[in-house]
Design a protein around this ligand. Structure first.
Ligand code: ZN
Length: 98
């Protein structure tokens, strides 16, 4: 019986930390709560909103977004006009060989 509980504990801890890190919120405090009470950690991970600045950084790193040179908003790499400030986008892609 203890093995079943341990397996469930491991699954919940891994799932909670996985969800949290995808939202850019896998902080030490969150990991600590999850290790103590995985069920609560899982609920928090599902309920919490993504950390926007971390998500933006992730999108930039993955090449899924670029920053507008005029207004610094994140925009689609294929965009030719910034949807936020209507500035015409020149080629300012860094690290992209496309
Ligand atoms: Zn812009």
């Amino acid at each position: 019986m203890a093995v079943v509980f341990f397996t469930l504990w491991v699954i919940m801890v891994v799932a909670a930390i996985n969800i949290a890190s995808k939202k850019g919120r896998s902080s030490c405090g969150f990991v600590a709560i999850t290790l103590l009470v995985p069920f609560i950690g899982l609920i928090i991970a599902v309920a919490m909103s993504p950390d926007q600045s971390t998500m933006d950084q992730l999108a930039l790193n993955q090449g899924a977004a670029v920053k507008c040179s005029a207004c610094r908003s994140l925009i689609d790499p294929e965009a030719t006009i910034c949807p936020h400030c209507q500035t015409k986008i020149e080629s300012f892609r860094i690290g992209s060989l496309r």
